[in-house]
Design a protein around this ligand. Structure first.
Ligand SMILES: Cc1cc2nc3c(=O)[nH]c(=O)nc-3n(C[C@H](O)[C@H](O)[C@H](O)COP(=O)(O)OP(=O)(O)OC[C@H]3O[C@@H](n4cnc5c(N)ncnc54)[C@H](O)[C@@H]3O)c2cc1C
Length: 206
């Protein structure tokens, strides 16, 4: 998730964060979530997990409804090819590494993640089949995880404290805002909430 996506998530939640510019961006909402509200988050990808984690920090009741049997969404590992997990992407940071501490949002937690910049002598981009330099690809300030990935970061720092709030194998089919409370339905279950955060790819919403 980019810093921009993170900030957008805060705005959606109507909550503020206790830090510099991010707090300014996230602190205003005409209709903020109140203590006592029940929030349903649809999707356990990076966006949904971060939303749940922020709500947990504010003692707000929430549940994450996930269509598949796994958390992580597009951040993935596979055991299909070997007996050990192979990361399937999500190793690149297009923003500064401070975003990791911002997502964790707790100064008492030491975020132990190693990243390095791309090496202009080794790494390159591809454009229409042609090799282009890191500079031309616009990757000069980007970093990559070493011995870990976005998935590992989320697993260690975010998912560990909210795992029991994720309900798997719930493909949400409808959200009804017409009543006093919101009704969220899968094929087999119905959930009631005061707020709903939809954190699925735009393609699915379409
Ligand atoms: C191969 C690959 C490599 C990548 N590498 C990087 C990288 O290096 N750096 C980087 O910053 N980004 C990378 N990305 C992009 C990054 O993974 C995504 O931007 C990010 O994971 C999106 O998170 P999300 O929570 O918005 O959505 P998703 O990860 O798509 O999560 C949405 C979740 O919603 C669930 N869902 C969907 N429909 C429903 C429904 N009806 N009911 C309930 N649940 C539902 C899905 O199952 C999923 O778990 C990569 C992506 C891919 C595919």
């Amino acid at each position: 998730m980019t810093r921009g996506e993170f900030i957008k998530m805060c705005s959606l939640l109507g909550i503020g964060l206790p830090m510099g510019a991010t707090a300014e961006s996230c602190g205003k909402s005409e209709n903020p979530i109140s203590q006592g509200d029940k929030v349903i988050i649809i999707g356990a990808g990076a966006g949904g997990l971060t939303a749940g984690y922020l709500l947990q920090q504010r003692n707000i009741d929430f549940e994450i409804l996930e269509a598949s049997s796994l958390y992580g969404g597009r951040m993935k590992r596979t055991k299909d090819f070997a007996d050990f997990p192979i990361p399937l992407g999500g190793e690149w940071l297009h923003v500064g590494t401070e975003v990791l501490r911002e997502i964790v949002n707790d100064a008492s937690i030491h975020v132990d993640v190693t990243t390095i910049p791309y090496d202009p002598n080794l790494d390159f981009g591809l454009l229409e089949g042609k090799q282009i330099s890191i500079e031309d690809a616009g990757f000069t300030t980007d970093q990559k995880f070493i011995n870990s990935s976005w998935f590992d970061f989320f697993e260690e720092y975010i998912v560990s404290s909210i795992q029991n709030r994720i309900r798997y194998n719930n493909v949400i089919e409808s959200i009804d805002y017409s009543g006093s409370r919101i009704v969220v339905k899968s094929a087999t279950e119905e959930f009631i909430a005061d707020r709903v955060i939809v954190s699925v790819p735009v393609k699915i919403l379409q």
